[in-house]
Design a protein around this ligand. Structure first.
Ligand SMILES: CCCCCCCCCCCCCCCCCC(=O)SCCNC(=O)CCNC(=O)[C@H](O)C(C)(C)COP(=O)(O)OP(=O)(O)OC[C@H]1O[C@@H](n2cnc3c(N)ncnc32)[C@H](O)[C@@H]1OP(=O)(O)O
Ligand SMILES: Cc1cc2nc3c(=O)[nH]c(=O)nc-3n(C[C@H](O)[C@H](O)[C@H](O)COP(=O)(O)OP(=O)(O)OC[C@H]3O[C@@H](n4cnc5c(N)ncnc54)[C@H](O)[C@@H]3O)c2cc1C
Length: 621
């Protein structure tokens, strides 16, 4: 049970539900059918929560994994953003009023921030909420075309409530972005309320089961009590008060989801893709290794191992890092609730950095898994296209990845600047205060410590150089903003190096904590492979300052190749250990029983194009 903790009982419960275990095939549906099917599942899921007394969020998550395999349902924005924002930004009274209704799904909400003209630049959003002390209302308005809200999940058709991020105006003064609870649709008729123009934004790359929507406000009034008032209040007479706390608290929902995405999206998506590709590679036989011998399993080709085993190692690394990210989020969030906000900047930086780093790696990795499955990987029957289109959304939503790396880099530059002025860093950046050795200690043993040290050296050097380059750009006459932009490629690479080191370190710590020697040895091999591939793929970074020499690089290559053979006997077991049920994988290639060909044939026969259809028949006759 390296992975699951208490998840299995809830998965088994969910699998007993006929609708979840053996529903209609997603691949043969139109977008509208996919959406409707997901809504039917949502309703059934809600009934199951009541029937099985599922209140705990983690328990529901296990259930959801079976109910909505490899897709986001409209419950995602509701339970992942609407409810957490109410809880984090609402006053006690507001929490009492809305959270119980939301948890019982009597109201369904979403998080409404992005606009047609701006997503990344939150300070550039234009929707206004103007307080009118006479009516004690906020008047929400979309003053321009670009201010129309665009993208929120569930907004198009489903949700009847939303948290709207808007600029607060009182007496002509702009107080910045604040969250407002807004009823969007009638609880009786489900029609949009007067003053709101709303709908679905149309088909997308993935996310077929979510009605991402648009919303235009036409001087739409909401009661004063609907501004979430935990950190800032507007009194009846229009007086604005705020606690002397970090103004970025209103960005809390984004930190939460970014922290969850590492595990929920990147970790799960890549682990599923590896399960499919590795199981299939053990079933598929092709070509000859030796003359007049049976065709080998394609997993026996070194090149196939070289494609897949580094991704398997990455899947384990991202999974462990995602679990650690969640722990850090809840720990720091608890500290914040008790008034200790010192670690908020670090939480913002590490969640931004890891969200970007892991979703990019997972997205690239899932596509490599698809390519490694040859022709059948290209078929929807592989399940890989669906996993890819949904997971790759994580590179964009909740902060576009480049922008998130730059946020992480901003923190790293602040910390590095502080170190130069004698401050001691702590937490994930404590290594920036250490003396880092300039020569690599890697030997043919490749201890995990020596590998992690190599990544530490790389990150520290790249952060130092990014900082020095920034200073040089300013010293040569550029203003700070231009210097930042002229240095931004270097900055994103420094942030990636920091995240890469963090991931290797997390993996190393997990290996050290394992007591079973056999499991420990196997995980050590994976961790070594992860690190060695990281060194080889970024070898320029490690050689640039003479840290690693050519002889060591040759050793890296040799060890990488020998690890492929060492991992081969355990490869299928290592993906089985993720314990994904066939329903969760949604893949004929990745079936647990390995019965691929027979099921591919059955599946193809069911495709709607094979059914008698008048128009096609007439056109072809
Ligand atoms: C329990 C389980 C529950 C289930 C969960 C399930 C999760 C699974 C998810 C699957 C489903 C997901 C569905 C998809 C949902 C997508 C929802 C969205 O996209 S919604 C839309 C998402 N949209 C986006 O993500 C938009 C992305 N853009 C942004 O977030 C902001 O515009 C920005 C951060 C880029 C800049 O902000 P700006 O205000 O211009 O700030 P400056 O740059 O000027 O920096 C000034 C200072 O502020 C600091 N600081 C900044 N932020 C924070 C923070 N959060 N905190 C602390 N500090 C922060 C910064 O470091 C700096 O410090 P210093 O150096 O001065 O000391
Ligand atoms: C599937 C999906 C679900 C979503 N769900 C929601 C939701 O529920 N609620 C919601 O409010 N929003 C949602 N969004 C919107 C999402 O949060 C935004 O699309 C995202 O934050 C990116 O912003 P953008 O679209 O403005 O990208 P842009 O900022 O326009 O990005 C375009 C390019 O510009 C670059 N760029 C932009 N700014 C900078 C900069 N400062 N420095 C360097 N490069 C820069 C980016 O790196 C990128 O390459 C969703 C989006 C998707 C795809």
């Amino acid at each position: 049970m390296l992975f699951k903790g208490g998840g299995l009982p809830h998965e088994s419960l969910a699998l007993q539900e006929k609708l979840f275990g053996a529903g209609p095939d997603y691949n043969f549906m139109t977008r509208i059918e996919r959406f409707k099917n997901s809504l039917v599942r949502v309703q059934h899921f809600i009934r199951c929560c009541a029937r099985y007394n599922l209140h705990d969020h983690a328990d529901k998550k296990w259930f959801e994994g079976v109910a909505f395999p490899n897709e986001v349902s409209v419950l995602g924005p509701h339970s992942g953003m609407f409810i957490p924002t109410l809880k984090e930004q609402g006053s006690e009274e507001q929490i009492q009023k809305w959270v119980p209704q939301a948890e019982k799904h009597q109201i369904m909400g979403t998080y409404i921030q992005t606009e047609l003209g701006h997503g990344t630049f939150v300070r550039g959003l234009e929707t206004t909420a103007t307080y009118d002390p006479k009516t004690e209302e906020f008047i929400l308005n979309s003053p321009t075309l670009t201010s129309i809200k665009w993208w929120p999940g569930g907004l198009g058709r489903t949700c009847n409530f939303g948290i709207v991020m808007a600029l607060l105006y009182i007496d002509g003064k702009n107080y910045g972005m604040h969250p407002f609870v807004v009823q969007l649709r009638s609880l009786k008729t489900h029609e949009p309320l007067p003053g709101l123009t709303m709908g679905d934004i149309g088909p997308k790359f993935g996310f077929d089961t979510v009605d991402n929507g648009y919303l235009q406000f036409n001087h739409f009034g909401i009661p004063r009590e609907n501004m979430l008032m935990k950190y800032c209040q507007v009194l009846k007479n229009g007086t604005y008060t705020k606690q002397t706390r970090n103004p970025k608290f209103s960005y809390g929902a984004m930190i939460f989801v970014r922290s969850m995405v590492v595990y929920e999206v990147a970790g799960q998506g890549l682990a599923k893709a590896c399960t499919i590709a590795i199981r299939y590679s053990a079933i598929r036989r092709q070509s000859e290794l030796k003359k007049s011998r049976p065709e080998p399993q394609i997993l026996d080709y070194q090149t196939q191992q070289y494609k897949l085993f580094p991704l398997l190692a990455l899947a384990y690394a991202v999974w462990f890092t995602g679990v650690r990210m969640k722990e850090i989020y809840f720990m720091v969030n608890n500290e914040i609730k008790q008034g200790h906000t010192e670690r908020l900047p670090e939480l913002h930086a590490i969640s931004s950095g890891l969200k970007a780093f892991t979703t990019s790696m997972a997205s690239w990795g899932i596509e490599r898994c698809r390519l490694a499955c040859g022709g059948h990987g290209y078929s929807a029957a592989s399940g890989l296209p669906k996993i890819y289109v949904n997971a790759t959304g994580g590179c964009t939503y909740e902060g576009e990845n480049t922008v998130m790396l730059l946020q992480c880099a901003r923190f790293l530059m602040n910390i590095y600047g502080g170190v130069k002025n004698g401050r001691r860093p702590s937490g994930s950046v404590n290594y920036l205060g250490e003396r880092i050795s300039s020569r690599c200690t890697l030997t043919s043993e490749f201890t995990l410590k020596s590998l992690a040290d190599a990544f530490k050296h790389r990150a520290a050097r790249m952060i130092k150089e990014a900082s020095e380059r920034l200073n040089r750009l300013q010293a040569s006459g550029n203003d700070p903003e231009d210097s930042w932009n002229l240095n931004s490629v270097v900055l994103t690479k420094a942030a990636e190096a920091h995240c890469h080191y963090y991931m290797v370190l997390v993996f190393e710590s997990v290996v050290e904590s394992v007591e079973d020697n056999c499991v420990k040895d196997i995980l050590r091999q994976l961790c070594q492979l992860l690190a060695l591939c990281g060194i080889q793929e970024n070898s320029g970074d490690f050689i640039q300052d003479g840290f690693l020499n050519n002889d060591q690089l040759e050793l890296v290559k040799q060890k990488q190749l020998s690890l492929l053979s060492e991992i081969r006997p355990n490869a299928v077991l290592l993906v089985d250990a993720f314990e994904f049920h066939d329903v969760q994988l949604g893949s004929i290639l990745g079936r647990f029983d390995g019965n691929v060909y027979e099921n591919l044939f059955k599946w193809a026969k069911k495709t709607p194009l094979n059914k008698p259809e008048d128009l096609i028949h007439r056109l072809l006759r």
